[in-house]
Design a protein around this ligand. Structure first.
Ligand code: LMR
Length: 395
């Protein structure tokens, strides 16, 4: 039987992570996988997470199962973090999941159960694993235009034109903030137009929010998801804690299904818990517990927010520096968009061959679609990257 197993395509991002680890060169820069790194190239455990972990170690007395939906205090805290006061808590079904990816996968499962004939529309480009999971699950999916590589901005007219052809009941997969891989995001007026379109055409929004706090701020980054949840009859939300709490390997995330309360929300809650049971039974608790300890303790929360803000502003400074260096070296405004983008990623607009040269000649690892992880840089490596890019594009 095993010999009949089909070959599976390699995940571009994970392959790059492996290649970087195996590269013996001393001078190399990892701008591949979306993991935050400080100036020394280390992915630190956030201060508040470390404190919560210490308290947890001292006070936790059992490792028995919690609940299929995960710890209620985690779910409450996540609904608060993502949705604020946009909708009443009673309108939100929520379960803990193994990371944001677990939530995405489970969200697609929810779609399959609720409307097996729905097509899931994803942005071009999107995080590669969105498409890979949809394919794996046999869920119908179609792309909508999103990014204009020429200007480095959102192709909003293209996006609206494509979504306008979706059928009622289709699911529109949106990035809540810090679009992965482009770094180009919807403006507030554009979010409003998207909401109008969703409602006019009876489309169901599904929002993947994996970088809240990495763009313009915790509240600012939740603008779109809150607007949608408040104004659309049904919204699916996959939220990740991997990046903004730095708990990557703990696999911490939440899946929410927002409706207008009552029987519908109750049915959604039961379904989400059922899906947990079918897929992995109880969701992981350790990371979720740390997150809820932080979000429910004023001092810990303040400490976490302060560190998250350092991370966010650090990335903004790197964006400014990189855009400035590239402007100087290429004597053009071709790369100005880097400073306007938000979040961990931007796409440089280089070809796959040019990205190969960056890796082979300069030891700089970015994804072949030219996505780079801004947080993989520091003030000393920015000039190295800029010089290499200028060389590669012939500036
Ligand atoms: C990324 O896009 O690099 C991250 O979301 C990590 C991953 O799992 O791909």
């Amino acid at each position: 039987m095993f010999s009949a197993l089909p070959d599976q395509p390699e995940d571009k991002i994970l392959k790059l992570m492996q290649m970087y680890r195996e590269d013996p060169r001393e001078q190399k820069i990892d701008l591949g996988v979306g993991v935050y790194k400080d100036a020394s190239g280390h992915t630190p455990i956030m201060r508040a997470v470390k404190s919560a972990e210490k308290t947890l170690w001292e006070t936790e007395t059992t490792k028995t199962y919690v609940a299929l939906a995960g710890a209620p205090e985690f779910n409450d805290a996540m609904v608060g973090l993502v949705l604020g006061s946009a909708v009443p808590r009673g309108d939100v079904a929520c379960v803990a999941t193994p990371g944001g990816t677990g939530a995405v996968r489970q969200g697609f499962d929810l779609v399959k159960l609720g409307n097996a004939s729905a097509t899931v529309w994803y942005s071009t480009p999107t995080w590669g694993n969105h498409i890979s999971i949809l394919k794996h699950m046999g869920v119908a999916h179609k792309p909508y235009r999103y990014f204009d590589a020429e200007s480095g901005e959102v192709d909003f007219a293209g996006m609206i034109a494509d979504l306008d052809t979706a059928l009622p009941g289709d699911v529109i997969l949106l990035h809540g903030c810090c679009h992965n891989p482009t770094g180009a995001n919807l403006t507030q007026p554009q979010w409003r137009q998207v909401v109008d379109l969703l409602n006019e055409r009876g489309l169901v929004p599904m929002i993947d929010i994996a970088y809240q706090g990495f763009g313009d701020g915790l509240e600012e980054d939740a603008f779109g998801v809150r607007l949608v949840a408040e104004n659309c009859p049904e919204t699916i939300i996959a939220a990740s804690c991997s990046k903004n709490f730095g708990v990557y390997r703990e696999r911490t995330g939440a899946l929410m299904a927002v409706s207008r309360g009552g029987a519908e929300t109750g049915r959604a809650q039961k379904t989400l818990a059922y899906l947990n049971r079918q897929n992995y039974s109880f969701p992981p608790d350790h990371g979720a517990r740390l997150v809820s300890m932080i979000l429910t303790d004023e001092a810990l929360k303040a400490e976490w927010m302060a560190e998250l803000e350092e991370v966010r502003t650090g990335m903004l400074a790197l964006r400014e520096q990189l855009a400035g260096e590239l402007k100087r070296l290429t004597n053009s405004d071709r790369f100005d968009f880097i400073a306007r983008h938000r979040g961990m990623f931007s796409m440089l607009g280089l070809t796959a061959e040019e990205m190969d040269v960056l890796r082979e000649t300069h030891g700089i690892y970015g994804v072949s679609d030219s996505r780079i992880n801004i947080a993989g840089l520091n003030s000393e490596t920015v000039p190295l990257l800029a010089k290499a890019v200028a060389e590669v594009v012939g500036g």
